[in-house]
Design a protein around this ligand. Structure first.
Ligand SMILES: O=C(O)CCC(=O)C(=O)O
Ligand SMILES: [Fe+2]
Length: 252
């Protein structure tokens, strides 16, 4: 336990003020918007160092950091475990959410315009959180997941109330091939006009992926229609895989 505690203290040490934010602020957000528009996902490579990944994964057994623990098998969500952080979020998690949001909100607003969805998103996460809280969505949604051999996650959507920010971000905290085998992030898409399709999202340790939460606008001759997306994780063959999920709307 002391090793885990010192690892988590390192998360603060290895994320000096501004370092996390500058990696996010200097990402190519135009390319992210293009990738999202084409595929429904966009990879942001190496946003976290391996040390930061290990430190965040080390939070998993610090029970006081979490508001609830879900054993996926009990709910037929798959096999494996995840835990929702409680407020106040760990510094590094709160800063990732705060600094990703302002880049995604304008893209979210353009998507909503294209899909003829009324909700528009304010410029900062603090403002959006206030909107969620006023509507009774007050519980934090950032989560830490852990998969071991034979674990997997069923296809799903992370909707927790009426207010849905259309993007979420997942950080892979272990190195595929070295720390675990199998366990690939899957993204599926279906709509009335086409047979369904699936993508495997290529990720390495420290990478983040921005995913469409529920819909994506698809251009057609008469404007845009909505395609429906779901994500999940294929079965782990061996090893351990941790992910940090950052969802921007709070939960009812
Ligand atoms: O473990 C993963 O890659 C999927 C995590 C997930 O479903 C989420 O963060 O919403
Ligand atoms: Fe999810």
């Amino acid at each position: 336990m002391s090793a885990l505690l010192s690892a988590s203290a390192d998360a603060e040490i290895h994320a000096p003020s501004g370092a996390l934010e500058s990696g996010i602020d200097t990402a190519d957000w135009r390319a992210v918007e293009d990738d999202l528009g084409r595929d429904g996902f966009a990879v942001l490579p190496a946003l976290l160092t391996p040390q930061q990944c290990n430190a965040i994964a080390g939070y998993f057994f610090e029970e006081e950091r979490f508001r609830s623990r879900i054993v996926m098998e009990r709910y037929a969500f798959g096999r494996g475990e995840y835990k929702y952080f409680s407020y106040p979020l760990p510094d590094v998690v709160g800063r990732l959410r705060q600094s990703l949001y302002p880049h995604l909100a304008p893209i979210a607003n353009r998507w909503h315009t294209a899909m003829k969805i009324n909700e528009r998103f304010p410029a900062t996460h603090d403002e959006f959180r206030a909107v969620c809280h006023a509507a009774g969505q007050q519980r934090p949604t950032p989560l830490l997941l852990r998969y071991q051999a034979n674990d997997y996650c069923c296809l799903h959507q992370d909707l927790y109330g009426d207010h849905v920010f259309p993007f979420q971000v997942i950080f892979l905290l272990n190195e595929p091939g070295r720390d675990f085998q199998g366990g690939e992030l899957l993204l599926t898409e279906s709509n009335p006009k086409q047979p369904g399709r699936a993508d495997v999202v290529p990720l390495r340790q420290g990478d983040a992926v921005v995913l469409a939460v529920n819909h994506r606008p698809v251009r057609s001759a008469r404007g845009f229609y909505r395609s429906s997306l779901r994500h999940g994780v294929s079965r782990l063959h061996s090893g351990q895989r941790h992910t940090l999920g950052v969802i921007f709307h709070d939960a009812r």
